[in-house]
Design a protein around this ligand. Structure first.
Ligand code: FES
Ligand code: FES
Length: 228
């Protein structure tokens, strides 16, 4: 007990450091240390001066904010919370239910739409991020009452069964033939690699893409020299 009584503690040690001093030291040292980890040698005063000069990031929400989406060439004005995904905006606010919510975590491709020419998983894009971009959905493919050649080719080649993956497949296929007018097997495989079909329609889908690409190429206006 005698030894315990005489043992210096952090609080009472005269020679050592008090807990208050210790915590103050850690606070300052921690600031320097953490900026050192980030590759900076700024002391706290410099860091706070720098952050005061940095442009303030604009914060949206959490309540609904106005936004405008361009879907299949039409502007749609919406009021949505910034956390709303493009898929939810399409399905719940614009009533375009072609894109399907299946995994809702960027795994299956059932929600694929085309954003500025690129196929994307709409469950993993925020609606607010899609503003100012051209959004194409399966609803925009059929024109003048006729099916798009890809839609017709999917039917011809039995490329759908339950249909849950189909609109996503069609949009990924559309992006494929837009990019590769005469796609090779490898280009089809790579373009469709992000779209899963639990019913196993892959062979029919590949045939449909080849058939639609052939029709697309045959109907394209010829340009070039007299023998083109
Ligand atoms: S629902 Fe978006 S990838 Fe599956
Ligand atoms: S047709 Fe059923 S999941 Fe593809």
């Amino acid at each position: 007990m005698k030894e315990e009584k005489n043992k210096p503690t952090v609080e009472t040690s005269k020679k050592g450091i008090s807990r208050r001093k210790f915590l103050k030291g850690v606070g300052i040292g921690g600031g320097v240390l953490s900026s050192g980890i980030l590759g900076s040698t700024l002391v706290p005063e410099q860091a706070s001066a720098q952050s005061a000069q940095a442009p303030q990031a604009r914060i949206w929400g959490p309540r609904a904010v106005p936004m405008e989406l361009t879907v299949n060439g039409q502007k749609r004005s919406l009021e949505l919370e910034p956390r709303v995904t493009l898929l939810e905006a399409l399905r719940d606010s614009i009533e375009m239910t072609g894109a399907k919510k299946v995994c809702d975590r960027a795994s299956c491709g059932a929600c694929t739409v085309i954003l500025d020419g690129h196929p994307v998983y709409s469950c993993s894009v925020l609606a607010i991020e899609a503003q100012g971009k051209n959004i194409q959905t399966v609803e925009g493919l059929a024109q003048g009452g006729g099916l798009h050649p890809l839609q017709a080719a999917f039917i011809e080649n039995d490329a759908q069964q339950c249909g849950f993956c189909t609109s996503g497949m069609v949009m990924a296929a559309k992006a494929c033939i837009d990019k590769h007018p005469n796609p090779t097997k490898e280009q089809i495989r790579l373009s469709m690699g992000g779209n899963l079909c639990r019913c196993g329609t892959y062979v029919g889908v590949a045939k449909a893409i080849v058939e639609a690409a052939g029709k697309h190429a045959a109907s394209a206006p010829r340009t070039g020299g007299p023998n083109a």
